[in-house]
Write a protein that binds this ligand. Structure first.
Ligand SMILES: NC(=O)c1ccc[n+]([C@@H]2O[C@H](COP(=O)([O-])OP(=O)(O)OC[C@H]3O[C@@H](n4cnc5c(N)ncnc54)[C@H](O)[C@@H]3O)[C@@H](O)[C@H]2O)c1
Length: 236
């Protein structure tokens, strides 16, 4: 399979690229290197095509046309929640307009599927309300009765299957203890005010991914924390 991975030089994207290469797929990475670097994807650097580009670029369509991916994985993102609060316009340009640009370019060249990854806080946000002049703006759109919304939803032809990936087990102070142990630091947390824009609680239910994809968590928290710290030590 030919795959294109936006954000393929980042934390999640580079891990995905390694996996795709290991499974024998052809991979094009699109990344502007604003955060990632091309030591990621570390194990595959001579076996991928790398294009340094911003997902907002108008000529992304040329990149897609050249790569002809069957599947696109969209992981390029501004991921810093604090940044999104301080500068929401830039965040929206990258995360919303950039995503639309990727989707449009993919549609134009006939990409079969786009897999979009984001934090659960974003994907579980309530659906937008209908802005049709005939409905009160505070009521949700009943799609079957709203031609305007029906038109916009059918023109994208996305099936909108969404999967939560997680263990459904909440963790809090344990993380500090784990990270401190792995780093060889004191387990002596300093409590501060909640971070602006931060999610207070999150324990997402992955049962749909289990049912429909056969996905089940195989990495426990300790192993995952160790692997993540190892990644950042090697690549940042
Ligand atoms: N890291 C996690 O634990 C985690 C968990 C759940 C979801 N996610 C989601 O996965 C996605 C990737 O996260 P990550 O942790 O790998 O982040 P990351 O910052 O490590 O990777 C993002 C990559 O996108 C690139 N990028 C940023 N803006 C770009 C632009 N305008 N054009 C092209 N490339 C651009 C960066 O250079 C970087 O390589 C995000 O949507 C994030 O919300 C991450």
């Amino acid at each position: 399979m030919r795959a294109l991975v936006t954000g393929g030089a980042g934390f999640v994207g580079s891990t995905l690229v390694d996996r795709l290469i290991a499974e024998g797929h052809e991979v094009t990475v699109v990344d502007d290197l604003s955060r990632g670097n091309m030591r990621n994807p570390h194990e595959a650097s001579d076996r991928i095509s790398f294009v340094r580009a911003d997902v907002q670029d108008a000529d992304l369509i040329d990149v897609m046309a050249k790569a002809q991916p069957e599947v696109g994985f969209h992981l390029a993102a501004q991921i810093d929640v604090r940044e999104s609060v301080v500068d929401p316009a830039t965040d929206a340009r990258i995360n919303i307009l950039g995503t639309i640009n990727v989707a449009e370019a993919a549609r134009a060249v006939g990409v079969r599927k786009i897999v979009f990854t984001c934090r659960a806080a974003r994907s579980t946000a309530p659906p937008p309300t209908c802005r049709c002049p005939r409905r009160h703006p505070s009521t949700r759109c009943r799609r079957m009765r709203c031609q305007r919304c029906q038109a916009s939803s059918t023109s994208t032809r996305w099936d909108r299957r969404r999967y939560n990936i997680g263990t459904a087990v909440p963790t809090s102070d344990q993380q500090h203890t784990l990270i401190a142990r792995v780093c060889g630091a004191e387990d002596d947390p300093e409590y501060a005010a909640a971070r602006l824009g931060g999610l207070r609680n999150s324990a997402i239910d992955p049962s749909r991914a289990g049912r429909e994809l056969g996905w089940t968590p195989v990495v426990d928290l300790r192993t995952g924390v160790s692997a993540s710290i190892d990644f950042f030590r090697r690549h940042r």
